[in-house]
Write a protein of this length. Structure first.
Length: 505
């Protein structure tokens, strides 16, 4: 009798792939292939590609904003609504992504999210006014909100605990690369083509990703989904939306601090109310009990400090090089690419470093080094040798890559398999919020840097408020290092295991 795969309950071609790959016929050749090509690698590459498309689109708009504003005949500052609407959609729909995946199946939701993101990209490219573009960006945000957490959940459930570090290494690079290459790519597209090509590029990429997703993504359904926690959805979505909106107002040219305070205040109150509800609900939208796990809590708190500081850096560097030093957009974008060089150079060694030194030592070192490189950026001036600037940015990219991979991995170290879905949704909500707010926090640091620069004027390099802004971001990174130091020496040991064959990621 033909043996039935234990993955058959997942359904579909993707399930067959999982079952066949893990329980295929015996034989040394097939066994060696299974060891050399884990089943989750194809899924990880697909999801990483989708992540890159979403991350790039979320960061490249800032570079193209002036050209887009001229195209629509509006002031550049009004283009902020395009960025804000995208972040608002992410904040509202990421928390409910886990329930939607449980209710309708991972393959349908992930594939539908790619389709929605791709179609809305086409609508963005065809937009004839700011209103049409804003609506299309909201649709894009809805697609991205479902695509990111559901895609990651599919890969995590296909991999074993021992492979989580390698899995996250694959899934981390889009968040590392996109903010760095966006200024250069955006500058090139608006200079030599049109801002509409920013969105047109998503069409073939999205179509390819959709075809692959339908074929290989398993139809994960953990069981009958509980009814949707509508109150939790409303409170969490409204709270995150108001909070994001308040912070995004900081990036306006003529900021209204009353509106900023109102948005952040209303958001904080709604989120406080939401937390109380989520703790009492029988089937909450987000189960906050996972925050009792020290490693998850550290990744959520310390990781938020780290992500905010690191995500704001490319934004501030591009502004400092152009507005502070008077350099061209192309030269500025090419310099920021040095961070990408550091990211890629260290990637093959990230997994061995975590296995050799453990999470606490790596996180403390990465966050401290990131803070130091941010502080060094405060010393840059137009007269600083380019070689020195490139060297600092490359080193920054190295520790940026190590820190992102470590934080994104340890978050799942001690989460039980049955709690992976909820942990993934909550982690995705926190990560997308902090990554998306990097530019807003950078703008806030820049505004705060103006008065602070007068206090340190004697040591100023001529960078004006950028000096103090980078020092403020460095302080935020050092907070992440201090929080990581509170971890137990062997935190995350469940996934830091000796691997045969010296596999790297």
């Amino acid at each position: 009798m033909r043996k039935t795969s234990r993955f058959a309950h997942l359904g579909g071609r993707g399930a067959q792939d999982l079952g066949n790959a893990r329980e295929g016929e015996a034989g040394p050749v097939k066994a060696r292939r299974r060891r050399e090509r884990p089943v989750w690698i194809g899924l990880a590459l697909l999801v990483a590609g989708a992540f890159f498309m979403e991350n790039l689109d979320g960061t490249i708009i800032a570079t193209a904003a002036p050209r887009m504003a001229r195209s629509f005949g509006v002031p550049s500052v009004e283009l902020n609504v395009v960025i804000t609407s995208y972040l608002l959609a992410l904040g509202v729909f990421i928390p409910v992504s886990g329930w939607i995946a449980d209710r309708f199946g991972a393959r349908l939701v992930f594939s539908g999210a790619i389709a929605l993101f791709t179609v809305s990209s086409g609508l963005c490219a065809l937009s004839m006014n700011l209103g049409e573009l804003t609506v299309a960006r909201v649709l894009q945000g809805m697609g991205g909100a479902l695509m990111v957490p559901v895609g990651r959940l599919v890969v995590l459930r296909a991999a074993s605990k021992a492979d989580i570090i390698r899995v996250i290494a694959y899934l981390t690079w889009p968040a590392l690369v996109a903010p760095v290459v966006a200024p250069a790519l955006g500058g090139a597209l608006v200079t030599y083509a049109s801002w509409r090509w920013i969105f047109v590029l998503n069409l073939p990429l999205g179509l390819i990703a959709l075809c692959v997703a339908v074929r290989i993504v398993p139809d994960l359904r953990p069981g009958r989904a509980a009814s949707l926690d509508w109150r939790g959805f409303a409170l969490t979505g409204a709270g995150l939306g108001a909070f994001v909106y308040g912070l995004e107002l900081v990036t306006d040219g003529n900021v209204s601090w009353a509106a900023v305070g109102a948005g952040i205040g209303v958001g904080a109150v709604l989120l406080w109310w939401a937390v109380g509800h989520l703790q009492r609900a029988t089937h909450p939208l987000l189960d906050l009990r996972v925050l009792r796990i020290p490693t998850f809590r550290s990744s959520s708190l310390g990781g938020s400090f780290f992500r905010v500081a690191i995500s704001a850096a490319p934004f501030l560097l591009a502004l400092m090089f152009q507005n502070g030093f008077g350099w061209s957009p192309l030269r500025s974008g090419m310099l920021v690419i040095a961070v990408f060089v550091g990211n890629i150079a260290i990637k093959p060694f990230t997994t061995p470093i975590l296995h050799r030194f453990g999470f606490r030592a790596v996180l403390v070192t990465a966050a401290s080094a990131a803070g130091l490189t941010l502080a060094l950026c405060a010393s840059f001036s137009a007269r600083t040798p380019l070689v020195l600037i490139v060297l600092v940015l490359v080193v920054s990219g190295v520790f940026r890559s190590i820190g992102f991979t470590a934080y994104n991995t340890i978050v799942f170290a001690d989460v039980a398999p049955e709690g992976m879905g909820n942990a993934n949704t909550l982690s995705s909500t926190i990560q997308q919020l902090t990554m998306g707010l990097g530019v807003a926090v950078g703008a806030l640091a820049l505004r705060a840097g103006a008065p602070l620069d007068h206090l340190v004027g004697a040591a100023s390099t001529g960078g004006g408020p950028f000096d103090a802004a980078f020092l403020l971001l460095a302080a935020v990174a050092f907070l992440a290092a201090a929080e990581a130091a509170l971890l137990a020496p062997h935190a995350g040991s469940a996934i830091v295991v000796a691997r045969s064959g010296g596999e790297n990621s």
